[in-house]
Design a protein around this ligand. Structure first.
Ligand code: NAD
Length: 504
């Protein structure tokens, strides 16, 4: 696998995976999957129309009674097999992910794919551990207990920045809890979502449990959100589209899970380990070419360390090797598309009017000129309310601002509509602990920025959305709790009836 011809061959039957088999879309509109490192088309397909969404929802609906009726042990066993199939295809997955996204193969090999295998193994185990309150005679006269039940057909929508991991995060907790799923990947990156669904079938998951509709947001996406047979929408993407999805979901009173944009602060106190903070800022800002919702985007550095931090980050950014994603020594790949590269460049060009571009701020030439590359970029001197500090850029761009007091640093870090992630850097236990309490974000790292683990939740505060991916917390999104109350008295005239008729 690897080049365009082979992808065309592999998905010759189409990019819609419905009821356990591939089929073409019928929207009449075609989409190209482009390798952004070269501009080469690696796959061309017909987008899903509303017919494919309807067929996928019907397949998921048909699969639901059997899948939700399976024992947790049966679901767990199949998910363990699924993890093993994925692990066995790790190289193919890494290759396909790098091909459609332009990610360095060392990132897809060491992060995207093993993370997905681990997530699958985690949910295989978690499928047997749904939690709830213990049954008891809370009223005295009844036994009460809760049932944690799956919802039905979940419609999920994913972005292009981590296509495989986003498919995994959306699908795994839902199916582990007994739901069936229709996932719409971003139309520019459907390949690894299709491979993921195929691997599930190979592992023995029944047809219809996982379906993929590769379609555009405006038609296939909106049709999925509005579909009356879909009980929940789980969406990961931008805050702007999330708002639209929430409006559409309201019309059918759907349960919603929204993982939206971010603008993570990186707060460096003056007692921090400077070298660690510099390394952390560069890694946190440039991971996945900055196309990461938790990426470090705004560094606030306490005045005594400010100059050394800026010099250190600029120096390190200049050593980062841009190149062919398939070269194992490449650090930084292209952005997802030329359009996204131009968008990022637009933010930086506008910032030149009010700020200083310390390093970067341009696309490389030479052998990389055909790709959607952009150099690591460091900006200083921007005001807190400027566009470069407030907007989600989704590219390899870090802005650094100074602060004086701890209060000011925390206030500036929180001064954003977003709240997905944040980090604080300090060797002082009390300062660090204060930051964990006061930073308003769904994840706060101390002396690191980016790592995630399957056992712990990922999700936003404020305009970054609500609900959790990963961890057993995600079962709160994908299950509903039913209170069952059993009368233990066998008395026909119950004491409380007097409040409605008769006297004691
Ligand atoms: P996007 O919002 O443009 O698209 C996300 C998905 O929504 C795509 O599949 C797209 O086709 C679909 N879509 C677009 N319009 C739609 C509509 N009207 N109805 C239904 N679906 C529609 O986002 P993107 O550009 O693909 O991804 C980048 C964004 O995703 C960034 O804002 C980033 O922060 C966010 N993101 C968030 C998380 C998180 O966990 N919070 C993770 C990854 C990415």
């Amino acid at each position: 696998m690897g080049n365009g011809f082979q992808m065309q061959d592999r998905f010759a039957d189409g990019a819609q995976y419905i009821g356990g088999r591939l089929r073409p879309g019928t929207s009449g509109r075609h989409q190209e999957v482009v390798n952004p490192a070269t501009g080469e088309t690696v796959y061309r397909y017909e987008l899903a129309g509303t017919d494919e969404v309807d067929a996928a929802v019907a397949a998921a609906r048909e699969a639901f009674p059997g899948w939700s009726g399976a024992t947790p042990a049966e679901r767990s066993d199949l998910l363990h097999r699924f993890a093993a199939v994925l692990a066995g295809q790790a190289e193919d997955f890494a290759h396909a992910e790098s091909l459609q996204c332009g990610k360095p193969v060392k990132l897809s090999t060491e992060f995207d794919v093993p993370g997905t295998v681990d997530n699958t193994a985690f949910f295989a185990g978690a499928a047997r551990h749904l939690e709830g309150k213990s049954a008891a005679e809370y009223s005295g006269d009844h036994t009460s207990y809760v049932r944690r039940e799956p919802l039905g057909v979940v419609g999920s929508i994913a972005p292009w920045n981590y296509p495989l991991q986003m498919a995994a995060w959306k699908i795994l907790p839902a199916v582990a809890a007994g739901n069936t799923v229709v996932l719409k990947p971003a139309e520019i990156t459907p390949l690894t979502s299709l491979m993921f669904a195929q691997a599930a079938t190979e592992a023995g998951l029944p047809d219809g449990v996982i379906n993929i509709v590769s379609g555009a947001g405006r038609d296939a996406g909106e049709h999925l959100v509005g579909h009356p047979d879909v009980v929940m929408t789980s969406f990961t993407g931008s805050t702007a589209v999330g708002r639209r999805v929430a409006e559409l979901a309201a019309s059918t009173v759907k349960r919603l899970h929204l993982e939206l944009g971010g603008k993570a602060p990186f707060l460096v106190f003056d007692d921090a380990d400077l070298g660690a903070a510099v390394n952390g800022a560069v890694a946190g800002a440039l991971i996945n070419t900055g196309q990461d919702c938790t990426a470090a985007t705004r560094a606030y550095v306490q005045r005594p360390l400010y100059d050394a931090f800026v010099a250190g980050v600029a120096g390190l950014m200049e050593t980062v090797r841009l190149g062919d994603p398939f070269d194992p020594s490449t650090d930084l790949g292209p952005l997802i598309s030329h359009q996204q590269r131009d968008r990022v460049a637009g933010f930086v060009e506008r910032a030149r009017a009010y700020a200083t571009v310390v390093t970067g701020g341009e696309a490389p030439g030479g052998a990389l000129a055909e790709g959607a590359y952009y150099r690591p970029t460091l900006i200083t001197g921007a005001a807190q309310d400027s566009e470069i500090v407030t907007s989600e850029i989704f590219g390899p761009v870090l802005v650094v601002l100074p602060f004086d007091t701890d209060d000011e640093g925390i206030r500036l870090a929180n001064d954003t509509p977003y709240g997905l992630a944040a980090s604080a850097w300090s060797r002082d236990l009390y300062r660090a602990n204060r930051a964990t309490r006061e930073l308003r974000a769904g994840c706060v790292w101390i002396n690191d920025h980016i790592p995630i683990i399957s056992e712990m939740p990922h999700g936003g505060y404020k305009a970054s959305g609500f609900g959790k991916d990963m961890s057993s917390y995600s079962f709160d999104e994908y299950t509903q709790v039913k209170h069952v109350m059993y009368d233990n008295t066998a008395v026909a005239a119950k004491d409380w009836h007097r409040t409605v008729f008769g006297d004691r």
